[in-house]
Design a protein around this ligand. Structure first.
Ligand SMILES: Cc1cc2nc3c(=O)[nH]c(=O)nc-3n(C[C@H](O)[C@H](O)[C@H](O)COP(=O)(O)OP(=O)(O)OC[C@H]3O[C@@H](n4cnc5c(N)ncnc54)[C@H](O)[C@@H]3O)c2cc1C
Length: 472
């Protein structure tokens, strides 16, 4: 009689969980859950303390929910992915499980890990079933006419739009399973390898499926204003669901089906609903790119020629950028938001990433790494996609000569300087008219406890243009 093991990874939920759903259908002798903590590997991947703490808080909630379904959640340690096959095999043998169920991960190391686990189980006569679950349309299901992966968003989006509804089936939440007599593991209060996260940050991201659903519900009633509000960092114009989507506390299918049910007539591309769904399409697209072009997850640019750019590795500039001390108010406010909350508004992710890679000409990989070390929603596909877009090295990236002017950006998206002043309180006395002008601002800020420009705007821009023009 079969018993199933469900390996939870970045799918920390009970609702609409494809692997869990299939495991419960398969097993008539009970279902066991497992989470493998690979702290050393997470460190190597630059996972943020705030993110792995968020996983931990969600694991506690998941364990309690699973217990109500008679599914014990076990926590096992495996320092690195190399130890995973032995760790999983041991759980399966100890608890008499016949088949492993898990939702696919698409990053190179995770794919290799899963292959090794599958092979080791196969040798013992045990089966593995992997499911597409993290995105709406699985990466391989959208291909160009000649069978390649898309490298440009717009044609990808066209196909995505035409097939998306075929992938929206939300899985039923399983009912009570047969009891196993296995005790769930105690979920620890913190990880050994990671520093404790300040409550002022973790309180911003309460764990649990209920919280994710609440955020989604709240957002459903505000989505009309998303088309314009999403670019204004001083208001809550976006869903703030990214940590929940990244950890799989809610699925993208749940998001889109709820949105379409609430606003059945509003799917046009320029409506708030349409624009929001297109952001989830970007999420799918970057996973498609990661799967189709694995080099992007191996520190290499999508546009291989751009590796010839003579990137700088100026530690002083990098440090000033990281700590929000560049002298450019909107850049500093964005970086301070990241450092203080574990999250940054999308507009500012673009502004700060472009500032680092163009105005400072610092290697995009340094910025990508720092974001991963700080973001509660850090996701290799979306982060790499965003960085390579900003650095003009990626699939669909901004042309190298279209460099954001930080002052025009703040004038447009933070006209009253509300966001800037929230994160740079030393600029409170500077009138908005002087915040958005490179010359007036330098004068207005000269007596304040705020750094002067670490790079001259024009010189930095010219240096970046020259570096890209030098590529052969
Ligand atoms: C340099 C850079 C780095 C980024 N790093 C990450 C990252 O590590 N993790 C991450 O989830 N997003 C990343 N993004 C994308 C985007 O900034 C965040 O998803 C968004 O700010 C999250 O806020 P929200 O949940 O309120 O989004 P909403 O605007 O409400 O969007 C809904 C969801 O769509 C997805 N999404 C939105 N925009 C994008 C996008 N441009 N690319 C891919 N998915 C998107 C997210 O899952 C988001 O939660 C990055 C963008 C840039 C420019």
């Amino acid at each position: 009689m079969p018993r199933a093991l469900v390996w939870f990874r970045r799918d920390l939920r009970v609702a609409d969980n494809t692997a869990l759903h299939h495991a419960c259908q398969f097993a008539d002798e009970g279902v066991v859950g497992v989470f493998v903590a690979s702290e050393k590997q997470w460190k190597q991947h630059h996972d943020a303390a705030v993110k792995v703490d968020f996983w931990l808080q969600n694991l506690a909630q998941l364990s309690a929910k699973l217990e109500k379904l008679n599914i014990p959640l076990l926590l096992v340690n495996s320092d690195t992915y190399a130890d995973c096959p032995a760790a999983i095999l041991k759980v399966m043998q100890t608890h008499d499980c016949h088949a492993l169920f898990a939702n696919r991960e698409y990053e190179t190391y995770e794919v290799r890990r899963d292959r090794a686990v599958r092979e080791s189980l196969h040798e013992q006569g045990l089966t593995t079933q992997l499911f597409h679950d993290r995105v709406i349309v699985p990466p391989r299901d959208i291909q160009t006419k000649d069978g390649r992966f898309y490298s440009v968003y717009t044609p990808y989006r066209r196909v995505w739009d035409s097939v998306m509804r075929d992938y929206l089936e939300v899985r039923e939440t399983p009912g009570k399973q047969k009891t196993t007599g296995i005790k769930p593991s105690k979920v620890p209060s913190n990880w050994d390898e990671f520093e404790q996260v300040d409550e002022s940050i973790s309180d911003l991201w309460p764990a649990g499926e209920k919280e994710a659903e609440r955020r989604l519900l709240d957002f459903l009633s505000e989505v009309e204003g998303y088309g314009t509000g999403r670019d204004v960092p001083s208001i809550q114009g976006t869903s703030r669901l990214s940590p929940y989507l990244a950890a799989g506390v809610i699925s993208p299918r749940q998001c889109v089906t709820a949105m379409l049910a609430a606003h059945p007539a509003a799917i046009e591309k320029d409506s708030g609903v349409g624009v929001w769904i297109s952001e989830l399409t970007w999420r799918d697209f970057y996973t498609h790119v990661l799967w189709g072009f694995p080099r992007v997850s191996q520190d290499r640019p999508f546009k291989e020629k751009t590796d010839q750019v003579d990137w700088r590795l100026d530690q002083q500039d990098l440090l000033a950028w990281k700590s929000g001390m560049t002298g450019y108010p909107i850049v500093d406010a964005g970086m301070r938001q990241l450092n203080q909350t574990g999250w940054m508004h999308n507009r500012l992710r673009m502004v700060t990433a472009m500032f680092l890679t163009k105005n400072l000409l610092v290697d995009w990989r340094e910025g990508e790494k720092y974001f991963m070390e700080k973001l509660v929603d850090g996701d290799l596909a979306a982060n790499n996609g965003g960085w390579q877009w900003s650095a003009s090295t990626g699939t669909d990236s901004v042309p190298y000569f279209r460099i954001f002017n930080p002052f025009s950006q703040s004038k447009r998206f933070d006209p009253d300087g509300l966001f800037i002043k929230q994160y740079c309180p030393e600029l409170k006395s500077v009138p908005a008219t002087q915040l958005h002008d490179v010359n007036k601002f330098a004068k207005a800020a000269s007596g304040l406890d705020y750094p002067s420009y670490i790079v001259d705007y024009k010189e930095g821009r010219e240096r970046a243009l020259a570096a890209f023009k030098a590529i052969r």
